[in-house]
Write a protein that binds this ligand. Structure first.
Ligand SMILES: [Zn+2]
Length: 98
């Protein structure tokens, strides 16, 4: 399985509304800053690697997207994990949360 080299993803607000978005009130400091592309997923629960529905091979981890704040919170401070099959162009995403 080919792995994508790891990139930290930093959110850059594109307008004033995004710039003024309040941060979490109670969550740990790391929550909301765990966006990442490539490398290894930072699973909150147990390891989960989807199988491509077409070729039946393990899919490649593409990215994880974090909760944003108390208003845009994915379950309980969770993240969305995105996997891709570059052969079949299939994408699978799922949520893990505390
Ligand atoms: Zn495939």
């Amino acid at each position: 399985m080919t792995k994508i080299p790891p990139f930290y993803l930093k959110l850059i607000p594109l307008n004033e509304e995004a710039n003024k978005l309040p941060s979490f009130r109670w969550a740990d400091d790391a929550i909301g800053k765990r966006h990442k592309l490539g490398g290894e997923p930072d699973y909150i629960q147990s390891k989960e690697v989807p199988i491509c529905p077409e070729c039946r091979k393990e899919m490649i981890f593409y990215a994880q997207l974090d909760s944003l704040n108390d208003e845009f919170c994915i379950a309980d401070c969770g993240m969305i994990y995105i996997f891709i099959c570059f052969d079949c162009n299939n994408v699978v995403s799922f949520i893990q949360s505390f």
